[in-house]
Ligand binder design. Structure first.
Ligand code: DAH
Length: 339
């Protein structure tokens, strides 16, 4: 057998199953010191008339070796990327970290589901709204000082448009669209131009409630809100209503729940009073009904607006509103197990 045939045979029989074998193949057949290279070098010793044929034979051989080497390379690359080879079955499994609801969302959903269980339906609406829905329809007079009660983020180029300062704007949107009886709650984000402290933030959450029908009474409102407070904070919870003023309700009240952080003894959250204010409420002013084309002689109603952050603080005994929006996982994570 000639040397060329012998090498051809060797190339044919060489199996490439690993990176090491691939390297061996390269050294053996393609490196400068390989036998194949030596054969090429010997061309000058071949008789001139045989040189051409010799050259063709050796070059074909070299091509074969190169092809086999390239195939081997592709094979090795695909092996190292195959999922089978990259999975280490002996390795300890990593735990899957599950996300969860933010404490504010937990409380919003809980508020909604308590009211849904007694016949209220949930309605959503725009966070950017116009003057009519935020103020005018709600009986805030053009020059009324009540308008200044809220430090509002207006849109500079369109002073008629603002980030809603309360979810009460949704009362108007619902009454404009629907005929009584109306029984809705409207959860959402609201904005005020406030300095951020442990007790206040420029962005927070409210849930608005509205019930419009014939013969709705203040007593009915009080009992509904008492039922809600007990469901939300526990059977031991007490409520109290204090007279207040809102342009869109008459009479108006503020509702406090007994502070369950200190059980009435006095703490930072209840400012040592034993009570925490969680909402404003009252009987819908007839002007508001008329602004929304509802006959105020026939229909009456009550409305309330709950502050979600305050309620979350009472429920989970936290004392700084800023913690809700810093998104420190160490803080937020704790609420998953408390749900
Ligand atoms: N919109 C009021 C606020 O943001 C809260 C409120 C008070 C809502 C009385 C009401 C209500 O529906 O009847 O301070």
């Amino acid at each position: 057998m000639s040397k060329i045939e012998k090498i051809a045979q060797e190339i044919e029989n060489f199996t490439i199953q690993s990176e090491e074998e691939l390297e061996q193949f390269r050294l053996h057949f393609l490196s400068k010191k390989s036998e194949l290279q030596t054969l090429l070098g010997e061309i000058k010793n071949i008789a001139p008339e045989e040189r051409k044929e010799y050259g063709i034979l050796v070059n074909t051989l070299k091509k074969k070796a190169s092809e086999k080497f390239e195939e081997g390379k592709v094979k090795m690359a695909s092996l190292s990327h195959s999922p089978i080879s990259s999975i280490d079955v002996t390795r300890t499994a990593k735990g899957v970290e599950l996300g969860g609801l933010h404490p504010i969302s937990i409380v919003m959903q809980e508020v909604c589901s308590i009211f849904e269980s007694i016949g209220f339906s949930v309605v959503d609406g725009p966070e950017i709204d116009d003057d009519w829905h935020i103020f005018s329809a709600l009986n805030f007079g053009e020059e009324h000082p009540a308008r200044d009660m809220q430090d509002t983020f207006f849109i500079a180029t369109k002073p008629d448009i603002a980030l809603r300062t309360h979810t009460s704007s949704l009362q108007v949107r619902v009454m404009e669209k629907e005929k009584p009886p109306i029984r809705v709650i409207c959860p959402g984000r609201v904005y005020r131009n406030e300095a951020i402290t442990s007790r206040a933030h420029c962005m927070f959450h409210q849930v608005e409630g509205l019930y419009i029908a014939e013969n709705v009474s203040f007593a009915e409102m009080k009992q509904t809100l008492f039922y809600f407070a007990q469901k939300m904070f526990g059977e031991q919870t007490k409520i109290r209503l204090r007279p207040s003023y809102f342009p869109f309700t008459e009479p108006s009240a503020e509702m406090d729940v007994s502070c369950n952080i200190c059980n009435g003894k006095g703490c930072q959250l209840c400012k040592n009073s034993g009570w925490v204010e969680i909402m404003g409420c009252g009987m819908v002013d007839p002007n508001v009904l008329e602004n929304c084309n509802i006959d105020s002689n026939k229909y009456k109603g009550y409305a309330f607006g709950l502050g979600i952050e305050r309620m979350t603080q009472v429920k989970y005994k936290t004392n700084d509103i800023r913690l809700f929006f810093e998104n420190d996982v160490r803080f937020i994570q704790q609420f998953q197990s408390l749900k």
